[in-house]
Ligand binder design. Structure first.
Ligand SMILES: CC(C)(COP(=O)(O)OP(=O)(O)OC[C@H]1O[C@@H](n2cnc3c(N)ncnc32)[C@H](O)[C@@H]1OP(=O)(O)O)[C@@H](O)C(=O)NCCC(=O)NCCS
Length: 180
């Protein structure tokens, strides 16, 4: 099989003579990660990107540390601060055994529009394919246009689509995407 390249790393991540990359994406490793160093940055992203409307930092750590999870962090090279994260894991009993669930993806508002989403998703897809999974599901926000962006990007690889509303009234689109 032809090796897929992580092409969607965004203009600031392509190393050209004119510009050094501004961001790097790292896999979170529970053994080497210094949680106390990255936790304040993660909390700031949660507050700024999701306006605080998600679970606690302890819940995030529990999920990041789960060996079935693939968690990624985006670091801003100039400051060494964490400015984005994403993680996915299997939801036993809620999704099929061949499916993992994208639990969260967020970029700090001051670093958005750098195509970091594509970079993170590409690494995540490769990792779960290696682990034997066939699909990644997710619930994407409709209001900010992200659901449309994801659906357009994956096109025919989107095998299930269903709009639904959270109890707090936020509209979401559930999509299941074939890994390749
Ligand atoms: C949603 C969020 C992570 C998107 O990040 P962003 O910095 O705004 O967008 P990015 O530049 O990284 O990515 C968007 C671009 O990547 C492209 N892309 C490439 N690969 C992609 C992939 N695998 N999945 C989605 N988009 C991809 C998109 O087509 C889009 O291109 P366009 O700008 O030409 O339309 C960010 O807006 C955010 O944190 N929002 C608040 C939290 C949130 O809503 N999270 C999602 C919950 S459902």
């Amino acid at each position: 099989m032809k090796k897929k390249e992580h092409t969607s790393l965004g203009p600031n991540m392509i190393n050209t003579f004119e510009q050094e990359p501004s961001f790097k994406i790292e896999k979170y490793d529970p053994i080497t990660a210094q949680w106390e160093v990255i936790a304040p940055d993660l909390l700031e992203i949660v507050e700024k990107a999701f306006l605080g409307k998600v679970s606690s930092i302890d819940w995030l750590k529990k999920n990041f540390d789960d060996q079935e999870t693939v968690a990624l962090i985006v670091k801003e090279i100039s400051t060494d601060r964490v400015v984005g994260y994403a993680y996915a894991l299997p939801l036993h009993g809620y999704e099929a055994d061949d499916t993992v669930h994208l639990a969260a993806i967020a970029i700090h508002p001051r670093c958005q529009k750098n195509k970091l989403t594509g970079g993170m998703m590409s690494i995540m897809e490769d990792e779960f394919l290696k682990r034997g999974y066939r699909y990644i599901s997710g619930d994407y926000a409709i209001e900010n246009g992200f659901a449309d962006t994801v659906q357009k990007h994956y096109a025919s690889r989107v095998v299930e689509v269903q709009n639904w509303q959270r109890p707090d009234g936020v509209s979401q689109r559930h999509m299941k995407i074939r890994l390749q």
